[in-house]
Design a protein around this ligand. Structure first.
Ligand SMILES: Cc1cc2nc3c(=O)[nH]c(=O)nc-3n(C[C@H](O)[C@H](O)[C@H](O)COP(=O)(O)O)c2cc1C
Length: 317
């Protein structure tokens, strides 16, 4: 038990990152049932769809789970926030926007609030605004990233020094070594996205999982840098075309159209790689199997315990 597991009411300090339109009820419930924290990713979904997912997740687990709302990504963010009271959601993760205006309402519903931050300044603001946990997300991560591009290794110890609420490290974590490293950097746990995509319970298209498993350490690309919208992806034919167009010059809106939810669903859920993109983190190169969520979490925890105890023995203190 540590402060993170205590606040969230979970057994192991492993959070499944909200993955918009991808992390659904079966995956979120499997993570919660395995002792971690499962999370529904509202992405760009309509409030009714998210509501169905919440109801479905509650049927599959009696353990805590959360809902991620990417504030600037979903046009119905205000309605999604209203679902918290209606369905008595106990844990909410806010990302892609300023969480501060929404925290008092969420606390009014006795909700635990996690915010995703890519810089120390964002983490400090979140703590001042009343957040309970900060997810420090480095540049290794899949999907939309901070344009500041700070890596997890550099970000986490600086963030942990600056705030007193628990930090969970995200970006580039995929096994027990990553979990142990995050704890050594001062985090109280980890949040993973890419690793959970390649599990038995994940609902993505098989082409997505194959792309992760066949990826190497240099296998991801950054799109959107020229318009200040950084997104880490796997190299599908579609996104390579977008990158070529970007090199010639693209407006923000053209880029956002090119990476709209239609293209996300085409790639991730339908496996149409000529038309769609796949969010993927740098840790893809480490992933070579498709375990069940339960096996993944058990193995990670066992590995981390071994690495941490052997590290302690080696330290000259
Ligand atoms: C398919 C996919 C969709 C994602 N969508 C969201 C999202 O809607 N909101 C969010 O805060 N993070 C999102 N993320 C980021 C994850 O929640 C997580 O923080 C990130 O994947 C961690 O880095 P990793 O991939 O190296 O494990 C997404 C990641 C993936 C792979």
């Amino acid at each position: 038990m540590n402060n993170l597991t205590r606040i969230l009411g979970i057994t192991y300090p492993i959070i499944q990152g909200g993955m918009g339109n991808v992390s659904n009820a079966p995956l979120a419930a499997a993570v919660s049932n395995a002792g971690g924290l499962g999370m529904i990713g509202a992405g760009t979904m309509e409030p009714e769809q998210v509501e169905d997912m919440i109801v479905d997740t509650k049927k599959r687990t009696s353990l805590p789970f959360g809902v991620n709302i990417a504030l600037s990504v979903n046009d119905h963010a205000a309605e999604l926030l209203e679902l918290v009271g209606k369905h008595q959601i106990k844990i909410v993760s806010l990302s892609a926007g300023n969480p501060a205006p929404h925290i008092p309402m969420l606390k009014g519903h006795h909700c635990t609030v996690m915010t995703v931050a890519g810089t120390v300044a964002q983490a400090v603001k979140a703590e001042k605004a009343g957040a309970d946990i900060v997810i420090g997300e480095g540049y290794e991560a899949a999907g939309i990233n901070s344009p500041v591009e700070t890596t997890t290794m550099a970000l986490i110890p600086q963030m942990c020094r600056a705030i007193s609420i628990p930090v969970a490290a995200a970006g580039g974590i995929g096994d027990g070594r990553g979990l142990a490293a995050a704890l050594a950097l001062g985090a109280f746990g980890v949040q993973m996205g890419t690793r959970f995509i390649a599990t038995k319970e994940s609902g993505v298209h098989a082409n997505y999982i194959s792309a992760i498993i066949s990826s190497r350490d240099d296998g991801t690309l950054i799109s959107g840098r020229t318009v200040g919208k950084v997104r880490r992806v796997l190299p599908t034919p579609y996104i390579k075309n977008v990158l070529q167009t970007e090199e010639k010059g693209m407006t923000v809106n053209e880029y956002l159209d090119a990476t709209s939810e239609f293209h996300h669903i085409s790639g991730a859920m339908e496996g149409r790689l000529e038309e769609g993109f796949l969010n993927g983190g740098q840790i893809s190169g480490l992933i070579e199997d498709i375990p069940s969520v339960e096996d993944l979490i058990k193995t990670m925890v066992a590995e981390a315990k071994i690495f941490l105890s052997s590290a302690q023995k080696k330290l000259p203190i």
